[in-house]
Design a protein around this ligand. Structure first.
Ligand code: ADP
Ligand code: MG
Length: 352
């Protein structure tokens, strides 16, 4: 059953404040999240992710549309339940820890505000610290912690009140690559053990794919697609999602319109072979997404020129030229000479 529902959610900050681009920050976003879902909200900077999160939290009121939690209406253009009455917690990019408090005091602060102290306070703080593996550092001050540890304090503090919904705004943006990987593990465990519904904002598609049960892609205030990671990777809707998720190349190919979106080598070979005859054949050009793992060397392939072959450790990344200005990304287990003409087969393509 859907738990958190966004219903035609719109936020227009007004022409004067939206830096003249004239469009609402968030436009007509509808989304239904089931209990314990882990949604990654993905999109380029400025597409409206933070604004969606702030509306869910109650820091921002929609100009149109509504937000429901179960059958309880949290916000619409007329009324909005204040943030502290939503049983949600938001983790900010900046962590926002109190420098003069210890780790335990920081984590326990939301409990204190709610009038919880003594043994119950200690028990809840202890559990939250254990969950993010910070028990040993309970008496430290934030200034004596690494970036990753501070992030875990912020997580524990948001967990301690046992919120129904946890909202995270680019929580790993300030950490280096190595730490981000380690923290992804913490987030997964956090999600599993807390049982909270999570909305996780990021502009990093690899992070979104690795963490989430569902990925929502936004662009220019609009929601383009919501689907589980494997589905959005295999079946992206349109050029923006196709270009944003995973590696791949978008080719313009003459493919007959027959409703088929999953294209195999026979169709793709014919399309590649008939590129010169566009117009005469009557086939219209389609955008076809090709993933590098679907491009293989093969004797019955089409000749392509190797423009670049870059060593990536476990394999080589190829940049292939189709001869008509179009390029194709591929992988190879062996090095190929740059400039060589090599036959390649495209085993699968997806019409966007
Ligand atoms: P994202 O988090 O995806 O980077 P934001 O939600 O922060 O995007 O911003 C979306 C758009 O709304 C941007 O054009 C931004 O400038 C504008 N915006 C965000 N907050 C405000 C605000 N308080 N007042 C005016 N414009 C805002
Ligand atoms: Mg943002």
């Amino acid at each position: 059953m859907a738990q958190l529902i966004l219903n035609h959610l719109t936020k227009d900050f007004g022409a004067a404040k939206s830096f003249g681009n004239g469009r609402p920050a968030v436009a007509d976003v509808s989304l239904a999240l089931r209990r314990q879902a882990f949604l990654a909200l993905l999109g380029p900077s400025g597409c409206g992710k933070t604004t969606v999160l702030r509306m869910i939290a109650g820091f921002e009121q929609p100009t149109d549309g509504s937000i429901f939690y179960g059958d309880r209406r949290l916000s619409d253009a007329e009324r909005a339940l204040p943030p502290e009455k939503r049983n949600m917690a938001m983790v900010f990019q900046s962590y926002a820890l109190w420098p003069h408090m210890t780790v335990a005091e920081n984590v326990g602060y939301p409990l204190k505000v709610r009038g919880i102290s003594g043994v119950p306070w200690q028990k809840l703080v202890g559990e939250a610290l254990a969950l993010v593996k910070l028990t040993e550092l309970a008496e430290r001050r934030p200034s004596a912690l690494s970036g990753g540890q501070r992030q875990r304090v912020a997580l524990a503090r948001c967990l301690v009140t046992q919120p129904d919904v946890v909202l995270l705004d680019e929580p790993l943006a300030n950490l280096d690559q190595h730490l981000r990987k380690a923290m992804e593990e913490t987030f997964r465990a956090f999600h599993e053990r807390s049982g909270a519904t999570m909305v996780y904002v990021t502009h990093d598609q690899a992070e979104a794919m690795a963490l989430a049960t569902d990925v929502a892609v936004m662009s220019e205030g609009r929601l383009l697609q919501v689907a589980p990671p494997a589905e959005i990777y295999a079946k992206p809707e349109g050029r923006v999602v196709g270009g944003l998720i995973g590696r791949g190349s978008i080719l313009r190919l003459p493919v007959a319109e027959n409703g088929e979106r999953q294209l195999g080598w026979p169709v793709l070979r014919e399309a590649l072979g008939s590129r010169d005859a566009i117009g005469s054949a009557g086939a219209r050009l389609a955008d076809v997404l090709v993933r590098p793992e679907h491009v293989h060397r093969g004797t019955d392939g089409i000749l392509m020129r190797v423009m670049a072959c870059v060593f990536e450790g476990e394999r080589f990344a190829l940049d292939l030229s189709l001869g008509d200005g179009q390029r194709l990304k591929a992988f190879s287990s062996v090095a190929l000479s740059e400039g060589a003409l090599v036959p390649f087969v495209i085993s699968a393509g997806w019409r966007l």
